[in-house]
Design a protein around this ligand. Structure first.
Ligand SMILES: *Cc1c(COP(=O)(O)O)cnc(C)c1O
Length: 449
C-alpha cells in the first residue's frame, strides 16, 4: 500500500490562512507564493505527504526570513577597533546623522540657489568648508577615497604614465589594490625604486614624454623598518615641478588636524601636503576625519575643474544625505578646540584609560548576569582601525570572559536586540569598553535584560 495517507495542502488554501496573510504583508505576495511552492515541492520530493498547513507555513516563514528578513541594524562596537570598516567606520556625530535624516525626509536646496531661484552649485557648501579648512584653492567630493583616486588618475593620466614608488604599491582590505585601481583608471603604472628604498633620482629617471603625473601613496597599514629610504613630500614635489607635472598625494585616512595635539600618532594632513607642494590631495571622509563615507580631493583650482567636468564624476558623486552629514562634520573643524568633545571618532580615540576602566567596572556585573558566569575587567589595547598603523595601539580596558563556550556566548551577544560585537582572542572573549560611552551605559544594560 502506498503511504499516501493524506495529500499536501493546496497553495490556494494555504494563502487564505491568517499566517500567510502575515507573510504577504511583510514580504509581499510574490515572494510568499514562491516560498510556499518551494516548500511544497521539497515535501513532495521527500515523500512527506500528510504534512499539515501549519508546518508548511512555518517552513516558508523561516525561508523568507532567511532570504529577505536581513537588515542593517545598529550595534555596540566593543571590538576595540574604533574605525571598524565592517561596522561602518567612523561613528558620526548626532548632528550629522540628524542632518542626513532631514535631507532624506524632504526636498532640499541640493542644487538650488535661494537668491536667484535658479540652479545652484551641488557641492558648494562642502567645498567652501574644505577650502577654508585646508587652504586649498578648490575641492571636490565623490563616493569614497578609492573613487577620488580613480577620478583623479582617469582625468589627469588616461593612456599615460604615472610613476609610483615600489614601496607604495599597497593593498587595503583586498578590494583596493593600487595597481588595479590605476589600470581601471586607464593610467599606466611605472614602478620606481625598490620595496625598501626609493630615491628622488629614481623618480627623475622614470619621468619621460609619456608621463602625466607623479603619485605618492600613504602607506599606513604596514611598517617597513631597517634599511629604508623614501622620498619626502617636498623632494617629490620638486621633482614633479621640475618636470612640469602635477603631484597627486593619496593620503588615505588623512586628518584635518594634527592628532599629536591629543597624544595620538601624527597622521599627515592635507594642508601639510599642499604646503609641501602637492597639487592634489585625496583622503577619506569616514576614517580619521570622522564623517560619512566620502572621498575628498583638494588642491589646484585648474585641476579640480578638470575633475569636475569628467563624466566619471557624475557616476561617483555623493547623494544629498551624505553631503548634508559631511557638511555638519566639516563645520565642527572650524572650532578645533571643541573637536575632541563634539566629534565621536576623536572623542573615542582620545578617551582616557581610567574612564574606560570605570565603564568596564560598571557594566561588568550586568554582563556577568547576562552570561551567568564570571566576568572580569582587564587592561587591553584598542586599535585605531581603517588602515591606521596597526602597531599604534591605545591602552584601554575590557570586560572579559574565559573558559568554555565563548563562541556560543559571543553568538548570544550578537543576537541581542542591539547586537554587542566583541573580539575573541587568547582563549578569551574581550568586550573593549572604549566605544561604550557613559551616556550609552543605561541603554547597554537595558539591552542585556
Ligand atoms: C583607505 C585608503 C584608500 C581607500 O579609501 P576608501 O575611502 O576606503 O575608498 C585609498 N588609499 C589609501 C592610502 C587608504 O588608506
Amino acid at each position: 500500500m502506498s503511504a499516501r495517507a493524506a495529500p499536501l495542502p493546496g497553495v490556494d488554501s494555504l494563502l487564505r490562512t491568517e499566517a500567510a496573510a502575515v507573510l504577504v504583508a511583510r514580504f509581499g505576495r510574490a515572494a510568499t507564493l514562491t516560498a510556499i511552492r518551494a516548500e511544497l515541492a521539497r515535501l513532495r520530493a521527500v515523500g512527506a505527504f500528510g504534512t499539515g498547513p501549519r508546518a508548511v507555513l512555518d517552513a516558508a516563514a523561516d525561508a523568507l526570513a532567511r532570504r529577505l528578513g536581513g537588515r542593517q541594524v545598529p550595534v555596540f562596537n566593543l571590538t576595540g577597533t574604533v574605525l571598524h570598516t565592517n561596522l561602518g567606520r567612523a561613528p558620526p556625530p548626532a548632528a550629522a546623522a540628524a542632518a542626513a535624516a532631514a535631507a532624506l525626509a524632504a526636498p532640499t536646496t541640493l542644487e538650488f540657489d535661494l537668491v536667484t531661484g535658479r540652479r545652484g552649485v551641488r557641492e558648494g557648501p562642502v567645498c567652501a568648508l574644505l577650502c577654508e579648512l585646508t587652504g586649498a584653492e578648490a575641492a571636490t567630493v565623490v563616493n569614497n577615497n578609492a573613487a577620488g583616486l580613480l577620478l583623479t588618475l582617469n582625468t589627469l593620466a588616461e593612456g599615460r604614465e604615472v610613476p609610483v614608488s615600489r614601496g607604495e604599491l599597497i593593498e587595503i582590505g583586498g578590494s583596493f589594490r593600487l595597481p588595479e585601481i590605476m589600470r581601471r583608471a586607464g593610467a599606466l603604472l611605472v614602478e620606481v625604486g625598490t620595496t625598501n628604498r626609493t630615491h628622488a633620482r629614481d623618480f627623475a629617471a622614470a619621468i619621460g614624454p609619456a608621463t602625466a603625473a607623479v603619485l605618492r601613496v600613504h602607506t599606513a597599514n604596514f611598517a617597513v623598518s631597517g634599511f629604508t629610504a623614501a622620498v619626502s613630500p617636498a623632494e617629490l614635489a620638486a621633482v614633479a615641478r621640475a618636470a612640469g607635472l602635477p603631484l597627486i598625494d593619496d593620503l588615505g585616512s588623512g586628518s584635518l588636524v594634527d592628532l599629536a595635539r591629543w597624544g595620538l600618532p601624527h597622521e599627515p594632513t592635507p594642508q601639510e601636503r599642499l604646503a609641501a607642494g602637492a597639487d592634489l590631495v585625496c583622503f577619506s571622509g569616514d576614517k580619521l576625519l570622522g564623517g560619512p563615507q566620502a572621498g575628498l580631493v583638494v588642491g589646484r583650482g585648474a585641476l579640480i575643474r578638470q575633475l569636475d567636468v569628467n563624466p566619471l564624476k557624475r557616476a561617483l558623486r555623493l547623494d544629498k544625505a551624505r553631503l548634508a552629514a559631511l557638511e555638519e562634520v566639516l563645520r565642527l573643524y572650524l572650532t578645533p578646540d571643541r573637536l575632541a568633545a563634539r566629534l565621536p571618532a576623536l572623542r573615542l580615540l582620545t578617551r582616557a584609560p581610567p574612564a574606560i576602566r570605570a565603564t568596564a567596572e560598571r557594566v561588568r556585573p550586568k554582563l556577568a548576569a547576562f552570561a551567568q558566569r564570571t566576568a572580569s575587567v582587564a587592561p587591553c589595547q584598542s586599535q585605531i582601525g581603517s588602515g591606521a598603523l596597526p602597531v599604534d595601539l591605545l591602552p584601554s580596558a575590557a570586560v572579559t570572559f574565559a573558559g568554555d563556550g565563548l563562541d556560543a556566548l559571543a553568538l548570544r551577544l550578537r543576537r541581542l536586540a542591539r547586537p554587542v560585537i566583541g573580539r575573541l582572542g587568547q582563549q578569551r572573549l574581550w568586550l573593549d569598553c572604549r566605544c561604550l560611552e557613559e551616556t550609552e551605559e543605561e541603554g547597554f544594560a537595558a539591552n542585556l535584560r
